[in-house]
Structure formats: structure tokens, C-alpha cells
Ligand binder design. Structure first.
Ligand SMILES: [Zn+2]
Length: 151
């Protein structure tokens, strides 16, 4: 079988679980992109310190539980974490990002944005402590952006 993490069938089970349990979702994307996966390796949520994060993610990008491939636990971890958050992206601990969208295109966009903010916040951290954005400001960024562009 080789590395099970490279097998399309194991990915398909997690994706199918998300589609079954989140009927509004029309696209699921999973990557092992470097920066987002580096945050997942530490099990650390990406704090909302950029207005583009407020726009797209509505706050912190959360971390989902550690889960082994082979049953529904990855899919369940993705769904449970995303339901508790505005974010269309979740960093599955020790694994990597999964993103959702109303269609494949928006799920891909979320995956690209997730990697971009993971990289930028990482670099910001090298220079000092990024400034948090007030929760009320995040909420207005998010509602304005979602009203204009939809989710
Ligand atoms: Zn994977």
C-alpha cells in the first residue's frame, strides 16, 4: 500500500464524511502545504492578526483533533471543529489543513488563503509579537466581506 497518506481512497473517506454531514458544502480541499502544516504540527491555531483573516476566516483558524486514517475520525474531527467556527479551514493536528467551500473553487481559494496567512503570520512572529484584532472588529470585517462576496 505504501504511504497511506498518499492514498486517494483514505482522503476520499474524510471528504465523503464532510459532504454527508455538511449539506451546504460543495467542495473539500486537503493539502500538506508547508506553512499551514507546520502550524498543524505544533497543534497551534493561527491567530487572527490580519484583516484578510477577518474577511475570509472570521477569526482564528482552528486546530482539529489528532486522528488516524482508516475510519471516520478525521471526517468527524473536521466537521466538529468547523461547526464551532466561522472558519472554512481547519488544521488537523499533526496532519495538515482541510478547507471547505460552497463549491470546489471556493474550497481551493480557502486552501490558498490558509497557506498564505500561515506563512505571513509565521514570518511576523519571527520579528516580534503580532498585534491581535479586537473581536468586534473581526466580526464586522467578516460580516461586511461575507455580505459582499458570499461564502
Ligand atoms: Zn493528508
Amino acid at each position: 500500500m505504501g504511504n497511506p497518506d498518499l492514498s486517494p481512497s483514505s482522503d476520499a473517506a474524510a471528504h465523503a464524511y464532510v459532504y454527508r454531514n455538511m449539506p451546504d458544502v460543495g467542495g473539500v480541499v486537503h493539502t500538506h502545504s508547508t506553512y499551514a502544516t507546520a502550524w498543524a504540527a505544533r497543534g497551534e491555531p493561527i491567530p487572527c492578526v490580519l484583516t484578510m483573516m477577518g474577511d475570509e476566516f472570521g477569526g482564528t483558524i482552528p486546530v482539529g483533533p489528532f486522528a488516524l486514517i482508516g475510519d471516520d475520525s478525521i471526517g468527524r474531527g473536521i466537521v466538529d471543529t468547523l461547526r464551532a467556527s466561522h472558519s472554512p479551514a481547519v488544521l488537523m493536528q499533526n496532519h495538515g489543513p482541510f478547507t471547505i467551500g460552497k463549491d470546489a473553487r471556493s474550497a481551493v481559494k480557502a486552501a490558498v488563503m490558509c497557506e498564505e496567512v500561515a506563512r505571513t503570520v509565521h514570518i511576523s512572529r519571527q520579528l516580534g509579537e503580532p498585534l491581535p484584532i479586537d473581536a468586534g472588529q473581526i466580526e464586522s470585517l467578516y460580516s461586511r466581506y461575507q455580505n459582499v462576496y458570499g461564502r
